[in-house]
Design a protein around this ligand. Structure first.
Ligand SMILES: Nc1ncnc2c1ncn2[C@@H]1O[C@H](COP(=O)(O)OP(=O)(O)OP(=O)(O)O)[C@@H](O)[C@H]1O
Ligand SMILES: [Mg+2]
Length: 303
């Protein structure tokens, strides 16, 4: 039977926090641990994952598949210089950043058929429908933030949106207007302080429809994002992720968030200037060590 790829979404609502850098280098770390990997640029509109690999002239991009220029996704999968690693480059067709829903469904169907162990999605910044929908299909969300407050706040907002979206989809498909209305109220904390936390929400929801409330709680219990605090320089930077996981625990009912920190490393910028991933040009740098640790945490075998 064909293997089904484990889909990892690399998400960071704030721009420039390191999503593309981590996608490229983690992809290499996973291949070095023996896995077959496809890294895919889903930053539709300002794609640059191929640039990190030093590839300037790309024959086919994901856009060619999305606009039906090529019939199969295989036609846009490119080899890289790294054994075991393939790439799907993004294009820059105007307007593609907000993909119609049917196109996303078609893309998803084909993604699941890719022959690899891991499919890494390098997503765009922001909390657009594209990002939220693609994040939902990933089995594991890797949430990238830098230790500064604006980035941490964006991350928290993204998590909150994800939690509401997951519950909204469940309640919609179950056709329960009362729980949908309650959820909407919970989203407006100022008007509804009695629904400030997800625990408050579930207490109320259980009074309305205990069985559906229970299913909602299970949906959240399965959501186990991994928070990556990138560009860590000091001991206090390392604590930044803790603040978010406390908020997740207290307000969003997400008790399974894990945190890993990735250090700031001059080798990353030096590698980028040479259009090479740091894992290739400086395989023993601190950042490379952190990438290998991350690959291990994601279940890849150690070298
Ligand atoms: N751990 C690190 N140490 C040093 N520099 C880093 C590190 N991580 C990322 N950078 C640098 O930060 C910059 C932004 O990184 P990157 O392009 O990966 O972010 P991004 O989140 O993909 O951005 P965008 O939101 O625009 O897609 C790059 O110049 C990269 O070299
Ligand atoms: Mg990027």
């Amino acid at each position: 039977m064909a293997r089904v790829p484990k889909i990892l979404g690399v998400i960071g609502p704030k721009g420039g926090v390191g999503k593309t850098t981590i996608s490229a280098n983690l992809a290499i770390a996973l291949t070095r641990a023996g896995a077959n990997v496809v890294a895919m640029d889903l930053d539709l509109g300002s794609a640059n994952l191929h640039v990190v690999f030093g590839l300037r002239n790309v024959r086919h991009t994901l856009d060619d598949f999305l606009v039906n220029k090529v019939a199969s996704l295989d036609a846009v999968v490119m080899d890289t210089a790294v054994p075991g690693l393939k790439l799907i480059a993004g294009g820059n067709v105007p307007g593609i950043a907000s993909l119609p829903y049917q196109r996303k469904v078609k893309l998803l169907r084909h993604l699941r058929k890719l022959d690899c162990d891991y499919l890494l999605l390098d997503l765009a910044a922001g909390v657009t429908n594209n990002v939220v929908d693609f994040a939902l299909i990933a089995q594991k969300s890797l949430l990238v933030t830098t230790p500064d407050v604006p980035s941490l706040m964006s991350l928290y907002s993204f998590l909150k949106t994800s939690v509401y979206r997951r519950l909204q989809l469940l309640f919609r498909s179950s056709g329960d207007a009362r729980l949908l209305a309650l959820l909407e109220n919970a989203g407006d904390a100022e008007a509804h302080p009695e629904l400030k936390t997800m625990a408050d929400f579930f207490t109320q929801a259980a009074l309305i429809d205990p069985e559906l409330a229970e299913r909602g709680a299970k949906v959240l219990a399965r959501f186990d994002p991994l928070i990556l605090v990138n560009r860590v320089k000091t001991a206090s930077d390392m604590k930044a992720g803790r603040a978010i996981s406390n908020l997740m625990d207290q307000f969003l009912g997400l008790h399974r968030g894990e945190i890993l920190s990735i250090r700031e490393d001059a080798a990353v910028g030096a590698a980028a200037a040479r259009m090479q991933p740091a894992l290739l040009s400086a395989p023993d740098c601190g950042f490379a060590l952190d990438m290998r640790k991350l690959a291990g945490a994601l279940g890849a075998a150690s070298e």
